[in-house]
Design a protein around this ligand. Structure first.
Ligand SMILES: [Zn+2]
Length: 155
Protein backbone atom coordinates (compact mmCIF):
# COMPACT_ATOMS: atom_id res chain seq x y z
CA UNK A 1 0.00 0.00 0.00
CA UNK A 2 1.21 3.49 -0.77
CA UNK A 3 -0.75 5.33 1.89
CA UNK A 4 1.43 7.13 4.37
CA UNK A 5 1.09 5.20 7.56
CA UNK A 6 1.65 6.96 10.83
CA UNK A 7 3.52 4.51 13.00
CA UNK A 8 3.50 4.66 16.75
CA UNK A 9 5.25 2.71 19.49
CA UNK A 10 3.88 -0.73 20.29
CA UNK A 11 3.21 -1.17 24.00
CA UNK A 12 3.82 -4.92 23.68
CA UNK A 13 7.22 -5.08 21.96
CA UNK A 14 8.39 -1.44 22.08
CA UNK A 15 9.00 -1.17 18.32
CA UNK A 16 7.74 1.81 16.35
CA UNK A 17 5.63 -0.41 14.14
CA UNK A 18 2.06 0.18 15.25
CA UNK A 19 -0.43 1.46 12.70
CA UNK A 20 -4.19 1.88 12.67
CA UNK A 21 -5.93 -0.38 10.18
CA UNK A 22 -9.11 -2.29 9.44
CA UNK A 23 -7.51 -5.62 8.63
CA UNK A 24 -9.17 -8.85 9.72
CA UNK A 25 -8.66 -9.63 13.41
CA UNK A 26 -8.62 -13.17 14.77
CA UNK A 27 -10.94 -13.68 17.77
CA UNK A 28 -10.46 -16.88 19.75
CA UNK A 29 -13.19 -19.01 21.21
CA UNK A 30 -12.91 -22.44 22.76
CA UNK A 31 -14.21 -23.80 19.45
CA UNK A 32 -11.66 -22.13 17.24
CA UNK A 33 -10.35 -18.83 15.95
CA UNK A 34 -12.58 -16.68 13.76
CA UNK A 35 -11.59 -13.71 11.62
CA UNK A 36 -13.70 -10.60 11.77
CA UNK A 37 -13.36 -7.69 9.40
CA UNK A 38 -14.08 -3.99 9.26
CA UNK A 39 -13.07 -2.95 12.78
CA UNK A 40 -10.54 -0.18 13.23
CA UNK A 41 -7.71 -1.22 15.51
CA UNK A 42 -3.95 -0.95 15.85
CA UNK A 43 -1.72 -3.66 14.41
CA UNK A 44 1.97 -4.09 15.18
CA UNK A 45 3.96 -5.32 12.19
CA UNK A 46 6.92 -6.16 14.45
CA UNK A 47 5.28 -8.53 16.95
CA UNK A 48 1.99 -9.15 15.14
CA UNK A 49 -0.16 -8.02 18.06
CA UNK A 50 -3.61 -6.55 17.41
CA UNK A 51 -4.45 -3.84 19.92
CA UNK A 52 -8.16 -3.28 20.23
CA UNK A 53 -9.71 -0.17 21.69
CA UNK A 54 -11.67 -1.04 24.81
CA UNK A 55 -14.84 0.55 23.41
CA UNK A 56 -14.70 -1.80 20.42
CA UNK A 57 -14.46 -5.07 22.32
CA UNK A 58 -18.19 -5.71 22.72
CA UNK A 59 -18.94 -5.01 19.07
CA UNK A 60 -16.05 -7.20 17.95
CA UNK A 61 -17.08 -10.04 20.25
CA UNK A 62 -20.62 -9.77 18.89
CA UNK A 63 -19.37 -9.86 15.28
CA UNK A 64 -17.12 -12.83 16.06
CA UNK A 65 -20.06 -14.79 17.48
CA UNK A 66 -22.04 -14.16 14.28
CA UNK A 67 -19.09 -15.43 12.20
CA UNK A 68 -18.52 -18.42 14.49
CA UNK A 69 -22.19 -19.43 14.40
CA UNK A 70 -22.21 -19.22 10.60
CA UNK A 71 -19.02 -21.24 10.19
CA UNK A 72 -19.98 -23.83 12.80
CA UNK A 73 -23.57 -24.11 11.55
CA UNK A 74 -25.03 -23.04 14.90
CA UNK A 75 -28.41 -21.48 15.59
CA UNK A 76 -28.47 -17.67 15.35
CA UNK A 77 -29.77 -15.32 18.07
CA UNK A 78 -33.03 -15.00 16.13
CA UNK A 79 -33.28 -18.80 15.82
CA UNK A 80 -32.89 -19.24 19.57
CA UNK A 81 -35.38 -16.48 20.37
CA UNK A 82 -37.82 -17.92 17.81
CA UNK A 83 -37.61 -21.53 18.96
CA UNK A 84 -38.00 -20.47 22.60
CA UNK A 85 -41.22 -18.68 21.68
CA UNK A 86 -42.39 -21.64 19.59
CA UNK A 87 -41.85 -23.83 22.64
CA UNK A 88 -43.66 -21.32 24.85
CA UNK A 89 -40.78 -21.11 27.32
CA UNK A 90 -39.33 -18.17 29.23
CA UNK A 91 -35.57 -17.73 29.20
CA UNK A 92 -35.24 -19.28 32.64
CA UNK A 93 -37.49 -22.20 31.67
CA UNK A 94 -35.29 -22.95 28.66
CA UNK A 95 -32.23 -22.67 30.93
CA UNK A 96 -33.75 -25.30 33.20
CA UNK A 97 -34.54 -27.58 30.25
CA UNK A 98 -30.94 -27.36 29.04
CA UNK A 99 -29.29 -27.34 32.46
CA UNK A 100 -27.38 -24.10 31.82
CA UNK A 101 -26.80 -21.21 34.22
CA UNK A 102 -29.04 -18.24 34.88
CA UNK A 103 -28.75 -15.55 32.20
CA UNK A 104 -27.19 -17.88 29.63
CA UNK A 105 -30.14 -17.93 27.23
CA UNK A 106 -30.33 -14.12 27.38
CA UNK A 107 -26.67 -13.89 26.40
CA UNK A 108 -27.25 -16.27 23.46
CA UNK A 109 -30.27 -14.26 22.32
CA UNK A 110 -28.36 -10.97 22.56
CA UNK A 111 -25.43 -12.58 20.75
CA UNK A 112 -22.93 -11.91 23.52
CA UNK A 113 -22.11 -15.58 24.14
CA UNK A 114 -21.68 -18.58 21.86
CA UNK A 115 -23.77 -21.62 22.72
CA UNK A 116 -21.91 -24.94 22.98
CA UNK A 117 -22.36 -27.63 20.36
CA UNK A 118 -24.26 -29.74 22.89
CA UNK A 119 -26.65 -26.91 23.83
CA UNK A 120 -27.18 -26.19 20.14
CA UNK A 121 -28.05 -29.83 19.45
CA UNK A 122 -30.32 -29.99 22.49
CA UNK A 123 -32.24 -26.88 21.42
CA UNK A 124 -32.75 -28.30 17.90
CA UNK A 125 -34.01 -31.52 19.45
CA UNK A 126 -36.50 -29.67 21.67
CA UNK A 127 -37.60 -27.56 18.72
CA UNK A 128 -38.25 -30.66 16.59
CA UNK A 129 -39.80 -32.61 19.49
CA UNK A 130 -41.51 -30.13 21.83
CA UNK A 131 -43.04 -33.04 23.77
CA UNK A 132 -39.55 -33.68 25.22
CA UNK A 133 -39.78 -30.34 27.05
CA UNK A 134 -42.81 -31.48 29.00
CA UNK A 135 -41.31 -34.86 29.80
CA UNK A 136 -37.98 -33.58 31.05
CA UNK A 137 -39.81 -30.88 33.00
CA UNK A 138 -41.87 -33.53 34.75
CA UNK A 139 -38.84 -35.67 35.47
CA UNK A 140 -37.09 -32.68 36.97
CA UNK A 141 -40.03 -31.94 39.25
CA UNK A 142 -40.49 -35.54 40.38
CA UNK A 143 -36.92 -36.45 41.17
CA UNK A 144 -35.79 -34.44 44.14
CA UNK A 145 -32.28 -35.32 45.15
CA UNK A 146 -29.83 -37.73 43.59
CA UNK A 147 -30.98 -40.84 45.47
CA UNK A 148 -34.63 -41.34 45.57
CA UNK A 149 -35.26 -44.93 46.40
CA UNK A 150 -37.74 -46.41 44.05
CA UNK A 151 -40.29 -48.45 45.93
CA UNK A 152 -41.43 -51.30 43.78
CA UNK A 153 -45.12 -51.08 43.26
CA UNK A 154 -47.83 -52.83 41.36
CA UNK A 155 -47.04 -51.23 38.00
ZN1 LIG B 1 4.66 -4.99 18.74
Amino acid sequence: MTEQATLSVCSICGETALRTCRDAVPIEFREGTFLIEGFEHDHCSACGEDIIKSGQMDAMQHAAIVVARTQLGRLTSDDIHGLRHDLGLTQSELERQLGVGTGTVGRWERGTALQSHMADNFMRLLWAHPELCVESGLVARESRGPYRKRVSSQD
